[in-house]
Design a protein around this ligand. Structure first.
Ligand SMILES: Cc1ncc(COP(=O)(O)O)c(C=O)c1O
Length: 412
């Protein structure tokens, strides 16, 4: 028997069986198409079974499938570093590999703490945002908001200083709180999802207020970790969400879209001053973190192929087209009696369903997901938050179909 993640079996124990995918569509074993409006948990960028990425993996598999990365290097990893690092906001210098989004944030937290430790500075506190989601491993859970995803483990999570996401109304208060926190000189890093909190309900916030916090934080020798696991690779309309910030990260976490949605891969990129703090004749200053499949050549080959597609003019034009269509739909739907807080950022569109509770465990999300599948669209609301986060190859008619299905279900 299979145990599926993030699923309450009492409410749902039936799963469409998918046999293949092509473009924005997944096809079940009865050949029924399902339009993937959420990029299969936000990983897919260029459509399912994209032939260019598939070919890159195949060709790499015939050459080298895996080699221990502790003492070896290989071309796909080096290519990825060479191509990706200069594109990252703040121009990063080093790439550290792991396997998924959670491990990329786990690595970032450890890197930040040990960066100070190696210099003889004791700073072991982290600032994070309320309602954040950084993954399911213990470090990642610790810096995530306390809630439904981690209730059984509350007592085991390390202490974190939480602040709310900034708005015009609360920014002065947050800055005052940060000022007080900074005085204690205990904080190693701030970790956050720039501009959109994904799993927390596609909560969007403005770059200018975040920049005010980051300017203060950076003045106080606190590292800025940008968790771009969801926002990376064009989701917010720029290659990375941090491109829209004045203040640039010291460490960036990436995963999900990095391989175009083909293979699991996490990376944590950092500036050279962080790497330099680990270079020493003392073994204790080594970064003792690594996974068996670190820098898997197949995943790196997929990432290289996906990066070429992502940085193409065609893809960047696709972000614009998707955003323009979201804008049109939002203005059409703005007076809908059952939708509130309609918003978009780049290719992400979201809204709340009026008068229903906003908790992730809201059973309505199961009902919605099921109805959408029956109408041929993959949607997976977060509580009462409906959202669309499509692969970039979606065309106008396909995106219109997603909007139509949303409106039809609202009518039910
Ligand atoms: C911002 C962010 N960070 C980290 C993660 C964890 O990634 P993974 O599910 O690959 O472990 C997620 C997953 O949704 C995420 O959205």
């Amino acid at each position: 028997m299979l145990w599926h993640p993030f699923n309450q079996y009492q409410l749902n124990s039936e799963f469409p069986k998918i046999s293949y995918g092509k473009g924005v569509y997944l096809y079940d074993i009865h050949q029924q198409p399902i339009l993937d409006a959420i990029s299969s948990w936000w990983v897919n960028l260029h459509g399912h079974a994209n032939p260019i990425i598939a070919k890159a993996i195949y060709e790499q598999a015939l050459k080298l499938e895996q080699v221990i990365f502790a003492n070896f290097t290989h071309e796909p990893a080096e290519q990825l570093a060479k191509n990706l690092l200069p594109l990252l906001p703040g121009k990063m210098d080093y790439l550290f590999f792991s396997d998924n989004g959670s491990t990329s944030t786990e690595v970032a937290i450890k890197m930040a703490i040990q960066y100070f430790h190696n210099q003889g500075i004791k700073k072991n506190k982290i600032i994070a945002f309320e309602n954040a989601y950084h993954g399911d491993t213990f470090g990642a859970m610790s810096v995530s908001g306390r809630g439904i995803f981690n209730i059984p483990f509350f007592d085991m999570l390390f202490e974190v200083i939480f602040i709310p996401i900034p708005t015009l109304e609360n920014i002065d208060e947050i800055l005052e709180t940060c000022n007080q926190i900074c005085k204690k000189q205990e904080v190693a890093a701030i970790i956050l999802e720039p501009l959109v909190q994904g799993a927390g309900g596609m909560k969007m916030y403005e770059a200018r207020y975040l920049d005010e916090i980051l300017a203060l934080i950076k003045k106080n020798d606190i590292l800025f970790i940008a968790d771009e696991v969801m926002t990376g690779f064009g989701r917010t309309g720029t290659l990375f969400a941090s491109n829209q910030l004045q203040q640039k990260p010291d460490i960036i976490c990436l995963s999900k879209g990095i391989t175009g949605g083909f293979l699991p891969l996490g990376v944590t990129a950092c500036k050279s001053y962080i790497f330099d703090a680990f270079k020493s004749s003392e073994f204790t200053k080594t970064f003792f973190h690594g996974h068996s499949y670190t820098a898997n050549p197949l995943a790196c080959a997929a990432a290289n192929a996906s990066l070429i597609l992502t940085t193409s003019l065609e893809t960047q034009q696709a972000w614009e087209k998707i955003e323009n269509q979201h804008i049109e739909f939002s203005s059409m739907a703005q007076n809908h009696p059952k939708l509130k807080n309609i918003r978009h950022l780049g290719t992400i569109w979201a809204a709340e369903i009026e008068d229903s509770n906003s908790h992730y465990e809201n059973p309505m999300s199961y009902i919605w997901a099921k109805k959408a599948i029956q109408k041929g669209v993959l949607l997976r609301p977060l509580g009462n938050t409906l959202y669309i986060l499509p692969p970039y190859c979606i065309n106008k008619d396909e995106l219109n179909k997603v909007y139509e299905v949303i409106l039809e279900i609202l009518e039910d």
